[in-house]
Design a protein around this ligand. Structure first.
Ligand code: PMP
Length: 371
């Protein structure tokens, strides 16, 4: 296509007998029609910035980390970051007792979901409701999605999943445990059965594992080559750094590494995360505070008889309320932002555990709105 006059274009189309000249004007161009059909029909992940006094909508930690000048001084802004993220890998490796070769870093675990689906392809199976990015990315990459509804306890419908494994042979299965947005861990026997029966890769997304009373699936990595564990620093106080990682057999990390964009974790994130991850005492004390606040918040919310709570092993609580849209808006009017789960778990709201003070503001507002 040739450019002419700044805004007009013509394109030469040759058929067997003729040459056609087609004129385009960029002002009247239908951009949507140029977009791949599978992308055109997608909805973007919703992450709106809504002004509020107390922000309890995004499962972030209420505790951030101070960055001292010494850390900032190490950073050479004119140089690319360490392409492998060796320092962070070494610290994770030491903290979790795994080899650096079994770790792959991502610009958030979202990016790793992209890489996994790019590497292995579909069908991609996941239970619903769950973290929306598994489906969004699979669709963006034109892969078949198999969404299987959770049972009434929000646990895996194992018969349905095993049936789908047999029939559709998913190459990837994503299991978020604890699950977002329901908050519960799936039964580990069911997860094990799925790993054992699947001829594809099973990813246990442990974004919320630090808040859970269960051990998680890390100890089982050595027994199952098709098991991948995904973790993130986002929920433990470093959402702004966009750093996630997966842990898997070295053959898997090597293959996924082929599609990783060069320098995907920036210098600032690498330097800060390396410093923060070394301070295990502080990290763990923040996690303990969130867990004990979750328990207290749960007990207090249980006293509000008109709402129904779902038990949580994560840093948030899902609850059902009459007129959820109105409750959401009224809470926001009082300055408290939670997540409206409309369209995902209708009639439910999800509140992230904040500091004691933030949770008190939320509790007071909730009582005023629903009672
Ligand atoms: N997995 C789950 C289950 C999540 O809830 C989230 C964030 N909401 C992510 C992965 C992505 O986390 P990040 O990209 O911030 O690492």
């Amino acid at each position: 296509m040739k450019q002419f006059n700044g805004i007009s274009y013509f394109m030469v189309i040759r058929t067997k007998s003729k040459i056609h000249i087609v004129w385009y004007n960029s002002a009247t161009m239908n951009i949507k029609m140029l977009v791949r059909p599978n992308i055109r029909s997608l909805s973007a992940y919703e992450a709106k910035e809504i002004p509020c006094r107390v922000k309890l909508d995004a499962n972030e930690s209420p505790y951030g980390f101070k960055i001292d000048d010494a850390v900032l001084k190490q950073i050479k802004t004119n140089r690319y970051p360490d392409p492998e993220g060796k320092k962070i890998k070494q610290i994770i490796s030491k903290n979790l007792g795994i080899k650096p070769a079994n770790i792959l870093l991502g610009n958030g675990s979202d990016e790793l979901i992209y890489y996994l689906i790019t590497t292995f392809g579909g069908p991609v199976l996941y239970p619903t409701p769950t973290f929306s990015m598994y489906g969004i990315i699979a669709k963006a990459l034109k892969e078949k999605c198999i969404a299987i509804k959770l049972d009434n306890e929000f646990d895996i419908d194992i018969e349905a999943v095993l049936k789908a494994i047999k029939k559709d042979k998913p190459r990837l299965i994503f299991l978020s445990s604890p699950n977002n947005p329901t908050g519960n861990c799936f039964s580990s026997e069911k997860i094990l059965k799925i790993i054992g029966m699947s001829k594809g890769i099973v990813i246990v997304d442990e974004a919320y594992q630090p808040f859970s009373s269960e051990r998680g699936f890390l100890p089982l990595l050595k027994d199952y080559r098709n098991l991948v564990i995904m973790r993130t620093l986002s929920k433990i106080g470093m959402a702004g750094l966009r750093t996630g990682f997966l842990i898997a057999d070295a053959e898997i990390t090597e293959e996924v590494n082929k599609v990783r964009l060069p320098f995907n974790v920036n210098s600032l994130s690498q330097a800060i995360a390396s410093k923060v991850l070394k301070d295990k005492g502080k990290l763990n004390s923040f996690i303990r505070s969130i867990v004990s606040e979750r328990e207290r918040l749960f007990e207090e919310m249980e006293k509000i008889k008109v709402i129904k709570l779902y038990p949580s092993e994560a840093n948030f609580i899902l609850f059902r309320t009459g007129n959820a849209d109105k409750v959401y808006q009224e809470l926001l009017r009082k300055g408290v932002l939670v997540r409206n789960m409309k369209g995902v778990v209708n009639g439910c709201l999800r509140v992230t555990v904040g500091t004691k003070k933030e949770n008190e503001v939320f509790l007071k507002a909730l009582k005023e709105v629903v009672l």
